[in-house]
Design a protein around this ligand. Sequence first.
Ligand code: SAH
Ligand code: SF4
Length: 385
Amino acid sequence: MKTNLLEFDLAGLVAFCESLGEKRFRAIQIYRWIHQQGASDFAAMTDLAKSLRFKLEQNACIEPLKVASEHRSKDGTVKWLFDVGDGNAVEAVFIPEDDRATLCISSQAGCAVGCRFCSTGHQGFSRNLTAGEIIAQLWFAEHSLRRSSGTTERVISNVVMMGMGEPLQNYSALVPALRTMLDDHAYGLSRRRVTVSTSGVVPMMDRLARDCPVALAVSLHAPDDVLRDHLVPLNRKYPLRELLDACVRYLASAPRDFITFEYCMLDGVNDRAEQAHQLVDLVRAALPGKSWCKFNLIPFNPFPASGLSRSPPPAIDAFAEVLSHAGIVTTVRKTRGDDIDAACGQLAGEVRDRTRAAERMASRRTISIHRAKARTFDCKEADIG
Ligand code: SAH
Ligand code: SF4
């Protein structure tokens, strides 16, 4: 079985090359060919000796993800659906803006956290992506966008782990993928331009601060534990007090002096002005006298099984006003790529439509729900250690 070189960060590739009797600088050359040039076969690596190229061909491969579909929105958003086998698919979404171009990528097929308002959560957990499958989304998007726009310049300026899955429940694959995003021999993104979004896996937030402190976004969604227990079931394990403390600890390593809180605006559920006041009290109590967080209000993207609806714009504005008035920088996320269902939380619904996974999953539903629960436990045991 050949080794897929996309699985490695630079340290991993160096170790692999050494196992073939090759020196570190060869690994750097190969890493650059793969990630900077988008090479997918060794024949293209013209500055490597023929004998080395032959050795690589015998032992290694550069295995991209299978593209199941590509959709381009009128607003420039591009969404790819990748088939990761066994009826599972994950998505990556490219979002160009005036001052940046962001790629949103997935960390798992499905998700075990099971948030009420998230279609990925409703789908249940299928499996973790490997480090190679995580970075392959960036590798593919970057080089395919360069080809389609006829440029050799870098296209993607920011990466957010906000697609399908809970990245901190796939920690061992996440970290090598992040390291490749940051490495100057690969994508060379600064730590502040790579964001991990988490529903609040507290122990892994501390590990991320030590291992690879990129920008952090935390999905908050509720100002009190009773509501958050209901919306984000992981809150029962890591309640708000612990989560907020972990955010404050993370600040010491964070690439910017704030943490972003994401807050999905759900009509009549978490969008009352009094709940905004509670949020202000919550963040002030966690770190008094300092402006240390920003809020990103996300208008809910409805899907039928959720039974929830989007807060009306005046409610979102009033909510934002309370936070801003208290001195907390607050933004309301623009909905992008609506015509191709690329907005947050629409990913899994689309996957099911595209792959007919719904039918397939129906028979596995009970099993997968049990499995999802078991995996939540496994991940915690294995990853949190
Ligand atoms: N699992 C991680 C990252 C993926 S979800 C997390 O939960 O943070 C990325 C963001 O999309 C999260 O803030 C999540 O709360 C939000 N989201 C999920 N479903 C949504 C929906 N239907 N409408 C709007 N935002 C949603
Ligand atoms: Fe998982 Fe994030 Fe969706 Fe919650 S919001 S179910 S953590 S992907």
